[in-house]
Design a binder for this molecule. Structure first.
Ligand SMILES: [Zn+2]
Length: 388
């Protein structure tokens, strides 16, 4: 594993959910867990509401469905529901959309209810001051890691972009990760969310903010995802593969929340804001091209940058070969995306004429600041053309 730069001071900080509970069947403990925080729960679900029906009934809870990716408007409505029904705890069961929505609702319920006051980039970026309601996150996909992050990504119909509500106070009180909840995911969702998880392990590992604690999580997680994603895709009932992906996803969330992301997520933000494409599918389509652009730029302009050595380490973890070069890792991801039938960006209705505008927005995205080196406008344009 690459070592840190010698002779330079090191500073880092690591924050996560107060408590992480992991294990097959642990979802059964959710009613008791929710009751330990409050008497009236709002249960936020994805489109598949029935998944949480038993919990909602056993808690006598309010339920709130998030049919697509969460928006400012929806969070405003959810916060109103919490206040009208007098809820004192928020539980989210679902993919990243439901968890981000629940996280934002728990924060807005105690902070005045208007997300635009607090939203980065398009909003006023005010700091969240009041402690959110206790929030329990229960992921049903293995991809976003949102159960252990401090931000919620919200779309704004009015602005046509996505931006984050972010505060250390928004870290969930409990992350309850039960791999059994992912057994029923269809192959296409397994592929997209799984490649998002892999992206969220690769980008923090080469990030300018990487630290030894997140490095350990990334190295472990990349190895697990490399071995398990194909198996989970072909056989959704493969318990070992599902467990490995659940761990990889959790580790990706821990890593990104503390070390940041990079160019792939820099593009996914504006794309996801303007087109109705799942976040994971966008990251998957961009990942091999983001890696290729970074490796090429590092070789050309910064061959001494430790990120290059890290891309070699990634290639060795992915391919299982001790002599692999950085480029072999890119090839491995490219082949995996083809095998898992990841559609190119144009499949989501993005036109070639849209690309220059997307490049401009991606250049300003917060994830871009953690990329191992700044990429030029021309490099970004070539990257997105290759993913298109
Ligand atoms: Zn992601």
């Amino acid at each position: 594993m690459p070592t840190a730069d010698k002779g330079r001071p090191m500073h880092f900080e690591f924050a996560t959910a107060t408590r992480i509970i992991f294990g097959e069947g642990k979802a059964a403990t959710l009613p008791e867990l929710a009751r330990s925080f409050g008497v009236r729960a709002l249960v936020v679900t994805g489109a598949a509401r029935e998944r949480a029906a038993a919990l909602v009934a056993s808690l006598g809870a309010e339920s709130f469905a998030v049919p697509g990716e969460p928006t400012v408007e929806l969070v405003r409505e959810g916060a109103r529901r919490v206040r009208d029904a007098g809820c004192d705890v928020v539980v989210a069961i679902g993919g990243g959309s439901a968890i981000d929505a629940g996280k934002a609702i728990a924060a807005m319920a105690t902070n005045g209810g208007e997300p635009l006051e607090f939203l980065e980039v398009v909003g006023k970026g005010r700091a969240i001051a009041a402690l959110p309601l206790p929030f329990i996150a229960v992921p049903t996909t293995a991809g976003t890691g949102s159960e252990v992050t401090r931000n919620a990504v919200l779309g704004s119909a009015e602005h046509g972009v996505k931006a984050s509500l972010r505060s250390p106070l928004m870290l969930p009180r409990v992350a309850l990760v039960d791999p059994e909840l992912t057994y029923g995911l269809p192959p296409a969702v397994t592929a997209a969310t799984g490649l998002d998880a892999l992206t969220q392990l690769i980008e923090p590992y080469v990030s300018v903010r990487a630290n030894p604690l997140t490095d350990a999580l990334c190295v472990d997680g990349i190895g697990r995802a490399a071995g398990a994603l194909r198996r989970a895709y072909y056989d959704g009932a493969d318990c070992d593969a599902r467990r490995e992906m659940a761990i990889a996803s959790l580790f990706g969330g821990l890593a990104l929340a503390n070390s940041g992301l990079g160019v792939v997520h820099g593009f996914a933000a504006p794309l996801g804001g303007r087109w109705k494409a799942p976040h994971g599918a966008l990251c998957a389509a961009l990942l091999p091209h983001g890696m290729a652009a970074n490796v090429a730029a590092l070789r050309a302009r910064a061959p001494q940058n430790p990120a290059l050595e890290r891309y070699t380490a990634i290639a060795r973890l992915l391919t299982g070969r001790g002599d692999a070069r950085a480029e072999d890792g890119i090839e491995w991801v490219r082949a995996l995306c083809a095998e898992l039938k990841i559609p190119p960006l144009r499949a989501w209705g993005i036109a070639a004429s849209d690309l220059p505008g997307v490049v401009e927005e991606a250049g300003r995205a917060s994830s871009m600041k953690a990329n191992p080196l700044p990429l030029t406008g021309e490099e970004l344009q070539r990257l997105i053309e290759a993913a298109w």
